[in-house]
Design a binder for this molecule. Structure first.
Ligand code: HEC
Ligand code: HEC
Ligand code: HEC
Ligand code: HEC
Ligand code: HEC
Ligand code: HEC
Ligand code: HEC
Ligand code: HEC
Ligand code: HEC
Length: 359
């Protein structure tokens, strides 16, 4: 029924449109560039604040366009209406077979592809697109993160990114906000990560995949090995190298080539420190503070006893103070091995000398 009303409307419009376009064409000879010219034409109908359209599910969509939003946007007066809305030069416009408002929005999904082909292509690799492809339109289109007519420079200021994700991932955002990294949002600290530092923006990977898990030490390491940044917080930059030298890091790197999609059974940074709820290591709720450490190990080492964590070096390099036995043995080998090899080489040389000289 609703459809019928629209089509009656459309026939009337065709006539109106033709007359209007003719008028707009003659007046546009006076105005400046092709962008403004076209805008004037479109605004002849879309400048009407009361213009609207009913969708089959009863939603009323406003067809009014506030052109000042476009002027102020990143696109300014560089992009024509029809660059994003191909086909609309004709009135009535091509029909959109949609039922709901979200389907209506989905029908604009290709609007940005022409000019932002890279970003468009990246999104095809994302968890979000995987949902969209399954018909789950709760996942974001370009416009959900960027807007349509009032697009601003993204990541300015950077903390706003987390707010964009928070619109749909509210619970995670609330947890993240209270974490040590949440200061990115709360205190606008640019040193700590926002959602996209760990997940990226367009090609967001499935965070539960083995491939992503195994990449996390590198993601954390990109900041936690940065001496200039970590010095400000008096934090060690050896956390990645010591992790990689440890049993956990070693088996994580070994597993890299092998696992396809099963969850890797090795400990990565987030298994000990948490994910969105990371605290300072000495903090009360910390998973790695002494009082909680055993429980953290027991996630995987089921029958670990009280002194299990104590026998482990954590992020420390062995030293006389921390692990004298390991340090001693390492040192011993460091001296012994060159000594033995040196001796062997010397022996071979002496043999050769004897063979050559005494012949
Ligand atoms: C003569 C009036 C008129 C002119 C001129 C006009 N439009 Fe429209 N436009 C409409 C009407 C009516 C609708 C609602 C269409 C429907 O009910 O299916 C619409 C809908 C739209 C939509 C929403 C998508 C859709 O199909 O429902 C877009 C986008 C749009 N117009 C863009 C433009 C652009 C860009 C221009 C200029 C190149 C333009 N229009 C010129 C009347 C006009
Ligand atoms: C940078 C690309 C871009 C430009 C330029 C652009 N639009 Fe749009 N427009 C969109 C997108 C994307 C949507 C869908 C919005 C949504 O999903 O809510 C949209 C929606 C619309 C709608 C439907 C009503 C609504 O707001 O959802 C109309 C009408 C419209 N545009 C007209 C215009 C006119 C007229 C111009 C030029 C004055 C213009 N657009 C310029 C991208 C653009
Ligand atoms: C006709 C080509 C064209 C279309 C279509 C288009 N854009 Fe753009 N976009 C541009 C140009 C040109 C710039 C300006 C680049 C600059 O100033 O750095 C730009 C800039 C941007 C920026 C800021 C880039 C930056 O580096 O900060 C964003 C975000 C953006 N566009 C999003 C969109 C979205 C979302 C759509 C679809 C709704 C869209 N664009 C459609 C041409 C286009
Ligand atoms: C889940 C949210 C999200 C979606 C969906 C999304 N973007 Fe972005 N986009 C961002 C964020 C955040 C940034 C800024 C930080 C960055 O570049 O990673 C950005 C940056 C950009 C830029 C600036 C240049 C650049 O590459 O940094 C352009 C252009 C852009 N996006 C276009 C698009 C287009 C086109 C689509 C749809 C195909 C899209 N985006 C979908 C969040 C999103
Ligand atoms: C318009 C809503 C919306 C926005 C905005 C949005 N997402 Fe999503 N996201 C979804 C939906 C829906 C899913 C798939 C269902 C689910 O697992 O929650 C999803 C899934 C994900 C997943 C995979 C979850 C899993 O368990 O596999 C990650 C990671 C993710 N989003 C990160 C982000 C980031 C980072 C941003 C901001 C740059 C963002 N999302 C913005 C709706 C959104
Ligand atoms: C310090 C890096 C980091 C930051 C910052 C971060 N995430 Fe995550 N996120 C991860 C990791 C790692 C996982 C995978 C956890 C696992 O092993 O299952 C994950 C998992 C997810 C998931 C999947 C569902 C779940 O609960 O496991 C979603 C959705 C998500 N993140 C969204 C977000 C959003 C939204 C933000 C910003 C508010 C954010 N993330 C900030 C690292 C991060
Ligand atoms: C098996 C558990 C475990 C794993 C895996 C692990 N950590 Fe730790 N981490 C700890 C413990 C326990 C401490 C506290 C050490 C102490 O203060 O005695 C700590 C301390 C830290 C600190 C604070 C350093 C300082 O100077 O106070 C940072 C930062 C850190 N870890 C980051 C990481 C990163 C990044 C990774 C992955 C590359 C990682 N951790 C992997 C258990 C772990
Ligand atoms: C964008 C850079 C960045 C990334 C990525 C990052 N961090 Fe951090 N992290 C920081 C900074 C900066 C601090 C110090 C914040 C403060 O103290 O205010 C910090 C603090 C920490 C602390 C608390 C140390 C203490 O005791 O004060 C831990 C633990 C930690 N990060 C672990 C991780 C883990 C695990 C990951 C990966 C999942 C990670 N970080 C990813 C920048 C980063
Ligand atoms: C997410 C699971 C996980 C967590 C959490 C975890 N580990 Fe492990 N750990 C492993 C796996 C898997 C191995 C076996 C690696 C191998 O054999 O190559 C291992 C090996 C070890 C080893 C070598 C000896 C042995 O038992 O095989 C020690 C010591 C160790 N972990 C200590 C710890 C301590 C201490 C903690 C807590 C601070 C901890 N682990 C937390 C998974 C975990």
């Amino acid at each position: 029924m609703v459809q019928t009303r629209i089509s009656i409307h459309r026939t009337g419009l065709a006539l109106m449109g033709a007359a209007f376009l003719a008028a707009a064409f003659s007046s546009s000879l006076l105005s400046a560039g092709p962008v403004e010219e076209e805008r004037d034409t479109c605004l002849g109908c879309h400048g009407d604040q009361t213009a609207s359209k009913d969708l089959p599910d009863g939603t009323k969509v406003s067809l009014f366009v506030d052109v000042s939003q476009l002027d102020k946007s990143v696109h300014g007066t560089r992009v024509k209406c029809s660059d994003c809305h191909p086909g609309t030069e004709e009135v009535p416009h091509p029909e959109r077979p949609v039922k709901t408002f979200r389907e209506y929005q989905a029908s604009f999904r290709e609007a940005c592809r022409r000019c932002h082909f890279d970003n468009y292509t990246k999104t095809l690799d994302s968890v979000h697109y995987a949902q969209i492809a399954k018909g789950d339109f709760r996942a974001p289109f370009c416009v959900d993160c960027h807007g349509s007519h009032a697009i601003t420079r993204p990541a300015q200021p950077k903390p706003d990114i987390s707010k964009t994700c928070a619109r749909c991932h509210e619970k995670i955002f609330e947890v993240y906000k209270k974490s040590v990294h949440g200061k990115a949002f709360v205190a606008h600290n640019p040193d700590v990560p926002v959602c996209t530092d760990c997940h990226k923006s367009h090609d967001i990977a499935n965070p539960h995949s083995a491939a992503y898990r195994l990449r996390t030490p590198q993601i954390c390491g990109s900041c936690h090995t940065n001496k200039a940044v970590m010095a400000k917080y008096n934090l060690s930059t050896d956390v990645l190298s010591t992790y990689l030298a440890d049993f956990h890091g070693m088996s994580a790197s070994l597993e890299k080539g092998q696992t396809k999609n099963q969850r890797a059974v090795v400990a990565v940074c987030v298994d000990c420190h948490g994910v969105h709820d990371i605290t300072t290591v000495k903090g009360e709720g910390s998973r790695v503070v002494k009082a909680n450490l055993l429980r953290t190990c027991q996630q995987c080492h089921k029958d670990a006893s009280e002194n299990f964590p104590a026998a482990w070096l954590s992020h420390y390099e062995p030293s006389w103070k921390r692990a004298p036995l390991i340090y001693g043995i390492t040192l011993f080998y460091k001296v012994l091995i060159p000594f033995i090899i040196g001796g062997l080489v010397l022996q071979i040389l002496l043999h050769l000398w004897r063979v050559v000289v005494n012949r």
